[in-house]
Write a protein that binds this ligand. Structure first.
Ligand SMILES: CC/C=C\C/C=C\C/C=C\C/C=C/C(=O)SCCNC(=O)CCNC(=O)[C@H](O)C(C)(C)COP(=O)(O)OP(=O)(O)OC[C@H]1O[C@@H](n2cnc3c(N)ncnc32)[C@H](O)[C@@H]1OP(=O)(O)O
Length: 296
């Protein structure tokens, strides 16, 4: 289903996204700050600063389900069309887990049409974020594996909470799958080829100190200062004239974006045929069961 159709489905009577409002904040935010609510994404906009804080709230682990991807896409599209917003900070509504990455239940026990729809939505969100004209910051206030790490890598800078429990990286190989070429390219663009090769083959999840050392994040700060630091760094990015910053960003990212645009359909087909293999379904199911067993 294309984004428009998925949005329609989410707006059907009964959907909690229906009637989402952008009103004056009940609390928090500067004077004139506005807060918009959807089911899985919370937006706190500060028009005076030109910045919106987009908070993930898809319990229990902020996984990127099809619905979460769709709501995030809608929210970003709205912000892109809002002339008062020049920068966005992505964060988790509750500290602890920034995002557990792609929702594994979307990749297990479904049919090929579902896998294709899901993968298209992952591509769409990446394209929207990686090509965004806005300045994007990640205030990483929790653990950040795989798809969660990818989200943060689409941003222009990353601030990570100084908590050794919070790790970040593309750990796909540890699950028995692998990071697609555009996940890999996004990481190469951030930390370079050799560090990416090592990180991806070993499926490394970096502690904050390691992430800072390898350049996966730009700053590690005390946990209670992640969002304030991300906002203060944002003011540096917004001090640059938009057109100059945007042209530079496009120049740096265009080749990577073009690769996916050129191979988009093939990438979907590759994903569907890989994820549908019995052997891959088995490893994903074992991984999910291990996660679930912990709690039962
Ligand atoms: C074209 C390309 C072709 C081929 C490429 C092929 C494949 C590549 C495709 C995609 C790349 C994949 C990207 C991904 O993002 S895969 C997801 C990777 N994520 C992880 O490995 C994280 C898994 N989760 C955890 O490690 C922990 O849950 C976490 C540390 C985040 C939190 O720990 P905590 O102890 O706080 O919570 P849990 O008890 O573990 O979890 C609670 C609850 O949530 C469920 N859960 C966790 N993570 C996920 C997830 N990613 N998706 C769905 N569900 C998840 C977990 O099972 C628990 O459920 P329940 O027990 O039923 O409450």
């Amino acid at each position: 289903m294309a984004l428009v159709a998925r949005v329609r489905a989410l707006l059907l009577p009964g959907s909690r996204l229906r009637g989402a409002t952008l009103g004056r904040a009940a609390n928090g935010g500067g004077a004139g700050a506005r807060r918009a609510l959807s089911h899985r994404v919370l937006v706190e906009a500060d028009p005076a600063a030109g910045v919106a804080v987009v908070k993930f709230r898809n319990p229990p682990v902020n996984s990127l389900s099809l619905e979460m991807l769709t709501e995030l896409g809608i929210c970003l599209e709205k912000l892109e069309n809002d002339k008062t917003v020049r920068g966005i900070v992505l964060t988790a509504d509750r500290p602890g887990i920034f995002s557990a990455g792609l929702d594994l239940t979307e990749m297990c026990g479904r049919n090929p049409a579902h896998y294709a729809e899901f993968w298209k939505a992952v591509q769409e969100l990446w394209l929207r974020l990686y090509q965004s004209n806005m300045a994007l910051g990640a205030a990483i206030n929790g653990t950040c594996p795989a798809g969660g790490c990818l989200l943060s890598l689409t941003c222009d800078y990353r601030i990570l909470a100084d908590n050794p429990k919070y790790t970040i990286g593309l750990n796909e190989t540890q699950l028995g799958i692998f990071a697609p070429f555009w996940f890999k390219d996004t990481m190469v663009n951030t930390i370079g080829h050799r560090a990416t090769e090592r990180a991806l083959q070993l499926g490394l999840l970096f502690t904050p100190a390691e992430a800072l050392q390898v350049g996966l994040v730009d700053q590690v700060v005390p946990e209670d200062q992640v969002q304030s630091t991300a906002l203060s760094v944002m003011s540096q990015w917004l001090a640059i004239p938009d057109h100059a910053r945007q042209l530079t960003k496009t120049m740096m990212r265009k080749a990577t974006v073009d690769q996916l645009l050129k191979h988009r359909e093939a990438d979907i087909q590759n994903f569907v045929s890989f994820i549908s293999r019995d052997s891959i379904q088995k490893v994903l199911q074992v991984y999910l069961q291990k996660l679930r067993k912990k709690n039962h």
